[in-house]
Ligand binder design. Structure first.
Ligand SMILES: C[S@@+](CC[C@H](N)C(=O)[O-])C[C@H]1O[C@@H](n2cnc3c(N)ncnc32)[C@H](O)[C@@H]1O
Length: 353
């Protein structure tokens, strides 16, 4: 028991000795002071001076108490500083958290904006692509290409062909038109509105043995068509007539239409391409056609009505089929045109003949 107490005292002593080098000057001074006082108490007690020993003991206790108070004050200061540092740290962390949340929110909004912009851009691109794809579909490019190939397989032009499409008939419309001419073999074809179609029709009639009369309200376009027909050596087959627009009175309304004098010598027209006057001259530009040519048609005739899908042309179609007995639509609109069959009613045919 005694030896155990000894060894524990020895351990404490050793620890104190180990720490001695790390003491500050003030701590070393205080330790020395305490050692001196302890030595003084021991010396006074051993030399028979109990009062001195008691006084020194009291001094030692007072000094120890004062040191304890100093240490406690220091500890309280350290604790206060620790709490203040903790508060500062918390404030800093909270501020950083706020900034982080704000930054994340900003990024989120920016990302949202970017996402919207991107989505809008994609939608715009898609719209354009759809439109392009749609117009390619509407234009029916592959179909037009195939029709062009077939057109040039059917005829070997003797000069460069004027282009089709746009103002002129599309290749698909031309192909259908030439096919009808080939199988129906008309003797007299009337074309309202000259151009590229005049040349193709003339080639077809050159083979099948017929004649083309084409009217044009525009002297310059008439001249151009004549020049192309001449270049292709087709003037024997086709004739382009200058037909200025004059008022045609139908049911009390005046329509600008080709001068009827230009038709005066024509009878038994058995094939008609109605592709003029252009819509630009006014509303219902082509409506007068049937009224103006009906008495010049053969008892049976084929009428090709171009741009039949347009509003004015639809109205004209409806009015014609209602007014003219014996005028019927042949199937659906092909390409841009409608094919109409004209058959004069027998009673009227007898009177007409
Ligand atoms: C629809 S175009 C007739 C086109 C013709 N049937 C064809 O298929 O080639 C009707 C009228 O427009 C005029 N025209 C012809 N080509 C034109 C052009 N490229 N630009 C403006 N007008 C034109 C002519 O006076 C013509 O009679």
């Amino acid at each position: 028991m005694r030896s155990a107490r000894m060894s524990s005292l020895t351990r404490i002593g050793r620890r104190v000795v180990r720490r001695l080098p790390s003491l500050s000057a003030r701590q070393a001074a205080a330790l020395c002071g305490a050692g001196v006082l302890c030595a003084g108490v021991a010396a006074a007690a051993l030399t028979g001076h109990p009062r001195v020993a008691t006084a020194l003991l009291g001094l030692l206790a007072g000094v120890t108490l004062a040191l304890l108070l100093v240490v406690l004050r220091r500890l309280a200061g350290v604790q206060k500083a620790g709490l203040a540092a903790q508060r500062d740290l918390r404030t800093t962390v909270e501020e950083m958290q706020r900034r982080l949340v704000a930054a994340v929110e900003r990024e989120r909004l920016t990302a949202g904006d970017r996402h919207l912009e991107l989505a809008e851009a994609i939608a715009r691109v898609k719209q354009v692509a759809d439109r392009k794809a749609g117009s390619a579909q509407v234009l029916g490019l592959p179909r037009e290409f195939e029709a062009t190939v077939q057109l040039f397989q059917g005829f070997v032009p003797r000069a460069p062909m004027p282009s089709s499409g746009d103002w002129a008939l599309n290749p698909t419309d031309l192909l259908e038109l030439l096919h009808l001419i080939r199988i129906r073999q008309p003797r007299l074809v009337l074309e309202l509105g000259s151009g590229t179609s005049s040349v193709w029709i003339a080639y077809a009639l050159e083979q099948s043995g017929g004649r083309l009369i084409s009217l044009d309200h525009d002297a310059e376009f008439a001249r151009r068509t004549r020049a192309v027909l001449a270049a292709h050596g087709l003037t024997e087959v086709a004739e382009v007539r200058d037909a200025p627009l004059t008022p045609a009175s139908i049911d009390g309304r005046d329509y600008p239409w080709y001068d009827p004098e230009t038709l005066a010598d024509l009878h038994d027209i058995d094939f008609v391409l109605i592709d003029g006057p252009p819509a630009a001259i006014g509303a219902d530009a082509r409506f007068p056609a049937l009224h103006m040519i009906e008495k010049r048609l053969a008892d049976r005739a084929t009428l090709i009505f171009d741009d039949a899908g347009r509003k004015d042309e639809q109205a004209a179609l409806a009015a014609w089929t209602e007014r003219y007995e014996g005028l019927t639509r042949e199937g659906e609109i092909l390409g841009r045109h409608a094919v109409l069959a004209f058959a004069r009613p027998p009673a009227m045919a007898a009177a007409h003949g």
